[in-house]
Design a protein around this ligand. Structure first.
Ligand SMILES: NC(=O)c1ccc[n+]([C@@H]2O[C@H](COP(=O)([O-])OP(=O)(O)OC[C@H]3O[C@@H](n4cnc5c(N)ncnc54)[C@H](OP(=O)(O)O)[C@@H]3O)[C@@H](O)[C@H]2O)c1
Length: 330
C-alpha cells in the first residue's frame, strides 16, 4: 500500500511511521524535515504544507492508497487537502481529537456516538468543524474519509495537563525538588495511550474499506487518576513529587491560556469504550501499561542531553500560579 503522511515525524506519528515501514507500507512523509531529517525506509518529501506550490512540486503526480494528514486543524486545512488530494487518494484520514467529545460529558464512558461539542476550547471546536466538513463531503461526493480521534498519546513527550507539552520541564521540576501543579484534587479519571499502542490500532484502519465514513478513537483501556499519572512519572524518575493541588477554575482564571485545555478537556473524567476499533481491527488491544511506557519515555530523554529541553517560560508560569494560589489561600 502506498501511503502519504503529512507530518509523520511528530509525537504520535513518528512511532506510527516506524511501525508502517516495518509492516512493509510504501511510506511517503511530507514535512519540513526539521524534526527528523530522514526516516530510513521512507520516501521523504520536503515542503511546508502551507506553501501550496512547494507541496504540489513535492507530490508531482503521485497517487496514494491512503493519505493521513496529521496536522490539519481548521476547515481551511481541510479545503486545501480536499482540493489537493481529491483525485489521487482512495482513503483520506483526518486526525481529530478526543477533546472534541462533549464537555462536560453527559456520561463518563465515551463511545464514538458521544456528541461532539466543546464550548470551552477553540482547538476542539475547530476539529469538530473539520469533521463536519469531511462528513458532508463523504455524503455529497463520496470523499473517502476516515476520522481518528486520538486521546492523550505519548512517546517522546510527557503526558501531562500542566507543565509544558513536548518539553522536559515537568521532569526537571521533579528532579530538582520543585513543586508541581495537579489540577483539582487529582482524583478525576484519565487515559493515556502509548503511541505504539495507538499505531497498532491505527494501521489496521489503513486500506480498510469498512472504515470509510467512520470515526474512531484508539486508546488504552488502563484508567488512571491524574495523581497516579504524576506519581508514576516521579516514581520512574526515582523522586518523591511535591504535588500542589489547585482547582482548575482558579488556574484558568490566573492563567487564561490554560483555560481551554483544562476546562475543555483535562478537568473532566473520561474513559473510552474501545469496542469499535477492536471490532474493525481484530486483535487490537493496547498492551503498554503506563508505568512501563513512561519509563521508556524517560529513558529516551535520558539518552541525550539535547532532548531534555526545559522551557523557562513554563517554569515561570508554574511558579507564578503556585505563588498566586499560596497567597490566595493564606
Ligand atoms: N498527542 C496527543 O495527545 C494528541 C491528542 C489529540 C489529538 N492529537 C492530534 O494529533 C496530531 C499531532 O500528531 P503528531 O503528534 O504526530 O504531531 P506533532 O508532534 O505536532 O508533529 C508535527 C509533524 O508535522 C510536521 N509539520 C509541522 N508543521 C509543518 C508544516 N507547516 N508543513 C509540513 N510539515 C509540518 C512536523 O515535522 P517538521 O517540523 O519537520 O515539519 C512533524 O512531522 C494533531 O492533529 C493533534 O491535534 C494529538
Amino acid at each position: 500500500m502506498r501511503v502519504l503522511f503529512i507530518g509523520g515525524t511528530g509525537f504520535i506519528s513518528a512511532a506510527v511511521s516506524r511501525m508502517a515501514i516495518a509492516q512493509g507500507f510504501e511510506l511517503y512523509l511530507l514535512n519540513r524535515g526539521s524534526r527528523i531529517a530522514h526516516l530510513p525506509g521512507s520516501h521523504g518529501l520536503t515542503a511546508d504544507i502551507h506553501r501550496l506550490e512547494d507541496v504540489r512540486a513535492a507530490l508531482q503526480d503521485l497517487e496514494f492508497d491512503v493519505v493521513v494528514d496529521w496536522i490539519a486543524y481548521t476547515p481551511d486545512d481541510i479545503e486545501r487537502d480536499m482540493a489537493l488530494l481529491r483525485d489521487r487518494v482512495k482513503q483520506y484520514v483526518f486526525i481529530s481529537s478526543a477533546s472534541a467529545y462533549q464537555k462536560p460529558p453527559a456520561h463518563y464512558l465515551i463511545t464514538e456516538s458521544t456528541p461532539l461539542a466543546n464550548p470551552y476550547w477553540e482547538y476542539s471546536r475547530d476539529k469538530i468543524a473539520c469533521e463536519r466538513r469531511l462528513m458532508q463531503a463523504f455524503r455529497d461526493e463520496g470523499f473517502p474519509v476516515t476520522i481518528v480521534r486520538p486521546s492523550m498519546t505519548y512517546d517522546t513527550n510527557l503526558p501531562i495537563a500542566i507543565g509544558g507539552w513536548g518539553s522536559y520541564t515537568l521532569a526537571d521540576r521533579l528532579m530538582t525538588g520543585r513543586p508541581i501543579i495537579v489540577h483539582g484534587d487529582g482524583s478525576s479519571l484519565w487515559v493515556v495511550t502509548h503511541a505504539e499502542d495507538f499505531g497498532r490500532g491505527f494501521l489496521g484502519l489503513l486500506g480498510n474499506e469498512g472504515a470509510l465514513g467512520q470515526a474512531f478513537h484508539i486508546t488504552s483501556d488502563e484508567v488512571l487518576t491524574w495523581n497516579q499519572i504524576y506519581q508514576a512519572i516521579a516514581e520512574a524518575l526515582g523522586v518523591e513529587p511535591k504535588i500542589v493541588h489547585i482547582p482548575s477554575d482558579y488556574i484558568a482564571r490566573v492563567a487564561p491560556q490554560l483555560a481551554g485545555s483544562l476546562l475543555g478537556d483535562k478537568t473532566w473524567s473520561v474513559v473510552f469504550d474501545n469496542s469499535k476499533i477492536k471490532a474493525f481491527v481484530p486483535g487490537f488491544q493496547a498492551a503498554i501499561r503506563f508505568r512501563d511506557g513512561i519509563r521508556r519515555t524517560l529513558a529516551w530523554f535520558a539518552a541525550d542531553e539535547k532532548r531534555r529541553y526545559v522551557d523557562e517560560a513554563v517554569q515561570a508560569e508554574m511558579d507564578r500560579i503556585l505563588e498566586a494560589y499560596a497567597q490566595a489561600s493564606g
